[in-house]
Design a binder for this molecule. Structure first.
Ligand SMILES: [Zn+2]
Length: 164
């Protein structure tokens, strides 16, 4: 038996090279589902990850929960895990599992506070939504809705930041 793998699950996580992006996600669960980091950790372990893929989770009531350690590499966005931090808001789909901006004011308040803290720590980092990292198929420099590979996080992060 390899003792190295029998220790705390986060012991296998690698440190992140840099922090160029702060990526906002949603859990794609219904507004009525009061889920948090423990639930997401279970789902991600079932998918073969070492632990929860995000660094932070914001519950429906606005409570901030820590995911994997902030300095480690996440598992939340293809091609960008080595240089990004991942934040997940619980919610984001309606009763038919269609994308819906159903986040609570408490969640947005926590997100705003967390982002300003992270921005102070990583001033060079760009804040964006998961869907904004979809491939720019027509090469016009903009990621438009028809190019989204996912709707995550079900709202326009850039627009929200502008309105703060
Ligand atoms: Zn996502």
């Amino acid at each position: 038996m390899n003792l190295a793998t029998a220790t705390h699950p986060t012991s296998t996580l690698k440190d992140r090279d840099s922090t160029d992006l702060i990526v906002v996600h949603c859990s794609a669960t219904k507004a009525s589902a009061d889920i948090g980091v423990r639930d997401i950790t279970q789902w991600h372990i079932q998918r073969g990850f070492d632990t929860v893929g995000y660094h932070f989770v914001i519950r429906r009531n606005g409570e901030l929960e820590n995911g994997r350690p902030e300095h480690t590499m996440g598992a939340h966005v293809r091609g960008h895990n080595a240089n990004s931090i991942g934040i997940c808001l619980a919610g984001g789909v309606d009763a038919n599992n269609k994308p819906e901006n159903n986040f609570t004011p408490e969640q947005f308040a926590t997100l705003q506070a967390l982002l300003s803290k992270l921005k102070a720590r990583y001033p060079q980092a760009r804040i964006l939504g998961h869907r904004d990292l979809s491939p720019d198929k027509n090469g016009d420099g903009k990621i438009t809705p028809n190019e989204f590979i996912k709707a995550c996080p079900s709202f326009d992060v850039a627009q929200w930041l502008k309105n703060l």
